[in-house]
Design a protein around this ligand. Structure first.
Ligand SMILES: [Zn+2]
Length: 95
């Protein structure tokens, strides 16, 4: 036989799992959405992000290994010799 106190605890836990946990996830994603639209993104877009172009992560690799590479004419990223398209900006590489 379950006591009234235990029944209350079980009801509380089941309500917590069914309602509170999904609700907290909704609130979390709402909060993340709000933060993402905040001025921080615009600041980055107008500041550093605009002047420093993303060249990917392979430039240092090609330099360190002295492997022949093709530099992208569009973004400056180093690509392998046999690459047809730039791995960073997808521009077509010549040769
Ligand atoms: Zn590129």
């Amino acid at each position: 036989m379950i006591s009234t106190a235990e029944l209350a605890v079980r009801l509380f836990v089941s309500l917590l799992v069914v309602v509170a946990v999904p609700l907290s996830f909704v609130l979390m994603f709402r909060t993340l959405d709000y933060i993402a639209l905040d001025g921080l993104v615009e600041e980055f877009r107008n500041g550093r992000g605009a002047t420093v172009r993303d060249r990917g992560q392979l430039n240092a690799y090609f330099e360190a290994n002295e492997t022949a590479s093709v530099t992208c004419p569009h973004c400056g990223a180093a690509n392998g010799e046999n690459y047809t398209y730039c791995h960073t900006c997808q521009a077509k590489l010549d040769g």
